[in-house]
Design a protein around this ligand. Structure first.
Ligand code: ZN
Length: 121
């Protein structure tokens, strides 16, 4: 098992595909937890989605998509739980909405730095 060093491969430029989930609240505490393991999630902060499933790959193609939300690194992949673009907690100035597919197949418009989108257009 490589659980002790989940980010090890990333140092060599080989990052496991991120698992993208909806932000999840703890049932008892006012905090966000990992949608997969229930441990406290890190955030909200800038996160990176590796190999995102973009709904409109023509508009934007990226191996790494920055976003804003939470993450959990207790897995062999990174679980990223981005805030929806429409969420009032999302940063707005200089951010735009990008549609991606979550691990469960649903689509969400998440917050992404606008320069990421215009830079590749
Ligand atoms: Zn987790």
């Amino acid at each position: 098992m490589s659980d002790a060093e989940p980010d090890g491969l990333a140092r060599y430029g080989i990052a496991a595909k991120s698992v993208v989930r909806e932000p999840t609240r703890d049932r008892h505490e006012p905090m966000n937890v990992c949608a997969e393991c229930g441990a406290p999630a890190e955030g909200p902060a800038s996160q990176r989605i590796h190999h995102p499933d973009l709904s409109n790959p023509d508009r934007l193609s990226a191996d790494v998509l920055p976003c804003y939300g939470w993450r959990c690194e207790r897995h062999s992949y990174t679980v990223v739980m981005p805030l929806q673009f429409a969420d009032p907690r999302s940063p707005s100035d200089g951010w735009t909405g990008v549609s991606i597919e979550l691990a469960d197949g649903r689509e969400r418009e998440i917050s992404v730095p606008a320069q990421e989108v215009s830079a590749s257009a």
